[in-house]
Design a protein around this ligand. Structure first.
Ligand code: KG4
Ligand code: ZN
Length: 341
C-alpha cells in the first residue's frame, strides 16, 4: 500500500517520438502545466516521422518547453521534488534528448531522477483524468507503436494478456491514411474522412490470431485495403476515400472492442481503462462505451489531449514510481524497445 504525498511536485519530460513535452504534476494527479510542442508541421512534409529530424527538433525545443512548463505551473526548479523522464520505448535519438536533459537538470539541481516507460505513462493519463481510479484494472492500450491488452496489478506492475503480432493499431491507421492519400498524421485524418463515409462499404477482415483470444493482428486488414485500392485502380474504378476510411476504422474498432470485451467477460472485470493515441478516436470511444454500457462495465478514458503523447502522463507515472522507491542513476539510458511489465 503506497502512502500518497499530495504536495509532491514531479517535473515530467517526454520526447519519445514527435512531441517535445514537459509538465508539472502535483500529487501524481493534478496537472499544473502541460506543454506540448508538436512536430507535425515538420514531418507532414515527408509523409511521416523522420527520426533524425525529430531528434534535432527535440534539441531545439526542449529548453523552451521546460521553461514554459515551470513558468505555467508557477514553480521554480528548486521546488520540484523529482524529475521523471521517458526512457523507452520510442525512437532512440529522440529518447536520448529527453534522457540527457533530465539527467543534466537532475544533476545540476540535485534532484532525484526517475525513468518512466512511455506505455505505462499512457495508462497513467487515466489517473489524472479519473482521480478516484486505482489499480488493479484491465487496460486496452492503443498507440502508434503498441497495442496491448494488459492488467495493471498495481502501480508500475503490469501483466500482458495480449499484444499485436504485427502492426500496432495506430501504425495501421497511419499506413492506410498514406495509401488512400490522406497523409500524416494518419489517425486524425482517417477519423475526419470517415465521418463522411459509409462504414459498411467494404468488409475488411477482422484479423484473428490462432491460439490466442487476446492477441491482435492488423497487417491483414491493412493489406486488404491496399489490395482493394490496387484492384480498383486496375479496373479503372474510383475509390471513395471516405468509404475506405470509414470501413477501415470500423474494422479496427470492431477488433479492439471484441478483444477488450472478451477479456472483461473472461476475467469478470467491471472496469475497463482505455489509453494511447488511438484512444482519442471518437468512433472507438463511442463503440467501447456502448459495449461497456451493455455489459454493466465502467469505461475510463482520458480526454484526447491526454491520450496522445504528453508529459503529464509521464509525471503521473513517475510520481508512483518515486513513491515506490525508484531512483535512477546517471547511467539511465534510452531503451528503444523497452517492454511493459
Ligand atoms: O500514443 P501516441 O500519441 O504515440 C505513440 O506512443 O505511438 O499514438 C500515436 C498514434 C498514431 O499512429 C496516430 O495516427 C494515432 O495514434 N492517432 C489516432 C488518432 N489520433 C492519433 N488514431 C485514430 N484516431 C485518432 N483520432
Ligand atoms: Zn505515445
Amino acid at each position: 500500500m503506497i502512502e500518497e504525498k499530495k504536495d509532491l511536485l514531479v517535473l515530467g519530460i517526454e520526447s519519445s517520438c514527435d512531441e517535445t513535452a514537459a509538465s508539472v504534476v502535483r500529487g501524481g494527479r493534478e496537472v499544473l502545466s502541460n506543454v506540448i510542442s508538436s512536430q507535425i508541421a515538420l514531418h507532414t512534409l515527408y509523409g511521416g516521422v523522420v527520426p533524425e529530424l525529430a531528434s534535432r527538433k527535440h534539441i531545439e525545443n526542449i529548453d523552451t518547453v521546460l521553461r514554459q512548463a515551470l513558468r505555467e505551473a508557477d514553480v521554480t526548479l528548486d521546488q520540484i521534488d523529482a524529475i521523471a523522464v521517458t526512457y523507452g520505448p520510442g525512437l532512440v535519438g529522440a529518447l536520448l534528448v529527453g534522457v540527457a536533459e533530465a539527467k543534466a537538470i537532475a544533476f545540476a539541481a540535485d534532484k532525484p531522477l526517475v525513468g518512466v516507460n512511455h506505455i505505462e505513462g499512457h495508462v497513467c493519463a487515466n489517473l489524472i483524468a479519473h482521480p478516484e481510479l486505482e489499480p488493479p484494472f484491465l487496460c486496452l492500450i492503443v498507440s502508434g507503436g503498441h497495442t496491448h491488452l494488459a492488467y495493471m496489478k498495481d502501480y508500475g506492475q503490469f501483466e500482458i494478456l495480449g499484444r499485436t503480432r504485427d502492426d500496432a493499431a495506430g501504425e495501421a491507421f497511419d499506413k492506410v491514411a498514406r495509401a488512400i492519400g490522406l497523409g500524416y498524421p494518419g489517425g486524425p485524418k482517417i477519423e475526419k474522412a470517415a465521418r463522411e463515409g459509409n462504414p459498411h462499404a467494404y468488409e475488411f477482415p477482422r484479423g484473428k490470431v490462432d491460439g490466442s483470444a487476446y492477441d491482435f493482428s492488423f497487417s491483414g486488414m491493412k493489406s486488404a485495403v491496399l489490395n482493394e485500392l490496387n484492384r480498383a485502380e486496375m479496373k479503372g474504378e474510383t475509390v471513395v476515400q471516405a468509404d475506405v476510411a470509414a470501413s477501415f476504422q470500423k474494422a479496427v474498432t470492431d477488433v479492439l472492442v471484441t478483444h477488450a470485451m472478451s477479456a472483461v467477460k473472461d476475467l469478470g472485470e467491471k472496469r475497463l481503462v482505455l489509453a494511447g493515441g488511438v484512444a482519442s478516436n471518437g468512433a472507438l470511444r463511442a463503440a467501447l462505451d456502448d459495449a461497456c454500457r451493455k455489459s454493466g462495465v465502467t469505461l475510463y478514458c482520458p480526454p484526447p489531449i491526454l491520450c496522445t503523447d504528453n508529459a503529464a502522463m509521464i509525471a503521473a507515472a513517475g510520481y508512483y514510481r518515486y513513491l515506490g522507491g525508484q531512483r535512477d542513476g546517471w547511467d539511465l539510458n534510452a531503451i528503444p524497445n523497452l517492454a511493459l511489465g
